[in-house]
Write a protein that binds this ligand. Sequence first.
Ligand code: GDP
Ligand code: MN
Length: 420
Amino acid sequence: MKLHEYQSKQLFAQEGIPIPRGRVAMTAAEARSIAEELGGRAVIKSQVLVGGRGKAGGIRLVDSAEAAEDAATQVLGIQIKGLPVRKLLVDEAVGIQAEIYLGITNDRQARSPVVIASAEGGVEIEEVARREPGKIVRIPIDPLLGLRDYQARYLAAAIELPREHWRDFIRIASGLYRIFHRVDATLAEINPLVITKDQRLLALDGKMVIDDNALFRHPDIADMRDLDEEAPAEREARKYGLSYVRLDGTIGCMVNGAGLAMATMDVIEFCGGRPANFLDVGGGAGAEKVAAALQLILAEPAVRAVLLNIFGGITRCDEVARGVLAAMDEVRPRVPFVARLVGTNEEEGRRLLAEADLITASSLMDAARKAVAAARGPALPGGRRDDASEGSRGPGPAEGTAPTELPRTARDDLEGSAPA
Ligand code: GDP
Ligand code: MN
């Protein structure tokens, strides 16, 4: 989860990192009165969860309250990389002498946090890394010891920071590490950390990314989530505890278990199709969760067929089937469904689905083949295809792909042959 600049700066301030005076405004009138409080000279900064706001016209320097109101009116109307600007941070404007980069993230190779600093602040660190990799200094931090003063001093020396700022720099770097550690961040970044014309160090911009898997132990941070900034599908998925990632194919996947979901996507690709999403409904998913998952999948216009692949261990196949039927009642799918249910209560599950005329499959390969074929064919009302009925031969696998076995029908699945 990403935090806004103003939220990151609040955390910075809690650890004693100096930040400019300022407040958040939702309207131009508020921006005006905040600028007035600050004495007129101010920076109007759009609060959107993407970088490069400056280049996109999302950051404006003004020198009066009136100008602040005008700039705020303009900035509140724009979109930055597709995100509408709804909030502004109005900060006091400061004279800048130098811009430094200071960030902490995890280094997977070193298996530890790493502090990164550069005298080339104010631009994206990736850009510095490309242009002048020598201008970036990195040191690993032992998580049991934290950032030691001598390490921060080493950084200060390496970026050739003037001596008189070392003491403050060390305080800021240790404060930043404490925040990073305390809130389970995967990134804590000050860019730029500036030397002001009046010789102070100040965190002018802040960016924090928090590990979603740790949010359960930081309810105060979790509350900072800005729902406006999320895609609606992601919000729904989180509400129901589903892992959902949108992809660009045409076959919607609903699977229980991340590993099985990956395998399902692989087999779809093997059969010549493209998955429209990754979706793990998790173990023990009940009917309600399954219904929510299906609605998510079907809300995606590119989806031409849905493949359900459920391995019932803790999850009960009949529960899943009931969820599917409930969802189909509600959303009236316009695409065919292929279901492979194996495991606990599979007979009951398959009976329910066959009654609803879904295409059923006995193995993952079989299911993927049918889904790929179904996604190529025309959509039928009610999410059913006539090739699901007995005797008719469904469309074969893609030209040039290996599988040649005849598609099995719903009846085949019910009669005799045990699933894989
Ligand atoms: P970003 O472009 O989204 O990373 O936004 P930043 O907050 O980093 O601001 C971009 C640039 O705007 C900074 O690197 C500064 O050069 C400039 N800037 C931001 N705040 C001030 C300020 O108070 N005074 C001056 N003079 N420049 C500022
Ligand atoms: Mn910045």
